[in-house]
Design a protein around this ligand. Sequence first.
Ligand code: SF4
Length: 379
Amino acid sequence: MSKPRHVLGISGGKDSAALAIYLNDRYPNINFEYYFCDTGKELDETYQLIERLESYLGKKVLKLENEELKSSNEDPFDYYYKSFRGYLPSPQARWCTAMMKLKPFENFVKKDPAISYVGIRGDEEREGYISREANIQSIFPFRRNIWSNDVLTRFFNPENEKAVADYFKNYYNGKRYDRQLDILAEPIDFNRNNKTATEKALKQKINRSLDIGIPEFNRTVFEFLKTTEYPLATELDFELLDNEDVLIRDDIFRILRESGVGVPEYYNKIEFEVDGEKGEYARSRSGCFFCFFQQKIEWIWLYEQHPELFKKAMQYENEDELFTWVPNESLAELIKPERVKQIKKGHIDRSNRKKSKSSPYLLDILEGTERDGCNTCFL
Ligand code: SF4
């Protein structure tokens, strides 16, 4: 197997941009390849962020596109929208991500072994998209646990218990070694019908193992990988094994500001007023301006802050066919004055409830938005 490539997808969002800066500064010896899958429907702020990032990194962020688009003058989204006969993508039918994000990425990597760096933060509870291609291995540098679940599922599989115990011996001794053996011996059922219970048990094992020493745990996993076909199997060393950093949202904003790359403007809160009550809105994510994952209050933000884009989003809807961005409601209905008022009031109420639970971030208040969707679009 040849040496792995090191690839990092830039979505135009804050987390992947901060990850590129962080890795570039901290690991100058790794030759990162940055890429961006353009849908042609991003906000201008996304393209501006990528330009600033290129100048900070001193490297191009490669724009990936599928072969079939090369002879077309259309934006990627419009090209596929037509080929899907006006059928809008939705959380249940995400042809947009499959065609415009995953396909160009997998064509870019081809069959080469590759390490794909993913910007899921240490304060997030999700695994996110990881490629199912055997030649692509995901690494999560912002988390305490840098490994993907598929790797650790194999590592903690009872059939590997003896081999893993031997690897632990190289890095731990005395009580620390005994504790690792105890964790290893705890039963775990990898039966697919018990997915939630398995994930919980796996997470507990990972956390307890990491508590005993992060670099040692990473080195043990790295040794185990040498018995597998994962891309890292052929490496003599991997610089991130000793990384104990855990980066959370504050760190992301700090990295962006301190580097001079800056935070995309759409994250900035804007004040609004409804019936004398004050509220704030913003956009919570990068990605297409009409993304169906956005919350209704974000649609109102788009309508009021970028009316020309909102109008364009409306043009894709076909109410006769029930092709709407928001289930059971067209954008024309969404912007009726009474409905706008209702959405804004609902958002203020939700914000007040959440504030009392002490989150300082509007992004947290835009309920669940960060967890939805895929890493390739929004990180
Ligand atoms: S941002 Fe939303 S609409 Fe655009 S490709 Fe991603 S999931 Fe699809």
